[in-house]
Design a protein around this ligand. Structure first.
Ligand SMILES: Nc1nc2c(ncn2[C@@H]2O[C@H](COP(=O)(O)OP(=O)(O)O)[C@@H](O)[C@H]2O)c(=O)[nH]1
Ligand SMILES: [Mg+2]
Length: 227
């Protein structure tokens, strides 16, 4: 399991405690240059610590993937989970079930299909999601309902996608490339609550929202022209 974290010392312990450890071999926290106690609480909570000095959600995820890929015994499946305790790690079983059953290569936890705490997804997030999934359906013929961060993928399939995005285009890049290369994709409902520690670094600010929206649309369209 890979958990990118930037200054999430408040919520990371809750996340780590809630992970059903029987289902997970290793938990890695990728510290993305935190200035708080993130690194310490990660280790205290039983996770292994990786450091990624380059800022960005995708940079942290890529670092984690490169690490597990090079292990002597790489895992079959990689799960991504945010450190802000907005997702419920206890729902991991539902997420990996389709992979276990060999019925999917990529499983997206959909917050749209699941139970959302009021206010956990802002209006602009829901609208942005809607635009992005509609574009992916029209351009790539793949039905998604969400770009949720809680997701599981077979490691060989992930490596074959050749992920590059170092920022918030990471989740949509994975989905676009999965659709283009014909991975078997399944969505499962996941619940979502308001992040506990402070406010979101992206969706609660105008700059973050505009930047992420632009990046998401750009990613969808760029891959359309390199079909
Ligand atoms: N904003 C930001 N988040 C990062 C970075 N690296 C890792 N993260 C983690 O990415 C996750 C998602 O960030 P969050 O602020 O909740 O964004 P949102 O859920 O999209 O509004 C959290 O677990 C962050 O700690 C980074 O460089 N920038
Ligand atoms: Mg969040």
């Amino acid at each position: 399991m890979l958990i990118p974290a930037l200054n999430e010392a408040e919520t990371l312990p809750l996340v780590l405690q809630a992970i059903p450890r029987a289902l997970v071999r290793d938990v890695y926290v990728i510290d993305n240059g935190s200035t708080d106690d993130t690194a310490r609480v990660a280790v205290q909570g039983g996770a292994q610590l990786l450091e990624e000095p380059q800022r960005g959600y995708g940079a942290a995820c890529l670092r984690g993937v490169q690490h597990v890929e090079r292990l002597a015994a790489p895992p079959d499946v990689v799960v991504f989970l945010d450190a802000d305790f907005a997702d419920d790690p206890a729902e991991l079983g539902w997420l990996i079930e389709p992979l276990r059953a060999r019925a999917a290569d990529l499983v997206i936890g959909s917050r749209i299909l699941g139970e959302r705490e009021p206010g956990s997804l802002s209006l602009q997030q829901r609208l942005g999601n809607r635009v992005a999934v509609t574009m992916m359906r029209v351009i790539y013929g793949q039905r998604y309902t969400d770009l949720g961060p809680f997701r599981a993928i077979r490691l060989p399939a992930l490596v074959a996608l050749g992920m590059h995005d170092t920022g918030y285009g990471w989740t949509v890049e994975m989905q676009v490339k999965a659709a283009k290369t014909g991975l078997r994709v399944v969505e499962v409902p996941v619940s979502y609550r308001k992040r506990a520690g402070g406010s979101s670094k992206i969706s609660s600010t105008v700059k973050g929202t505009v930047g992420a929206s632009y990046k998401i649309l750009y990613t969808i369209l760029r891959h359309a022209t390199t079909r």
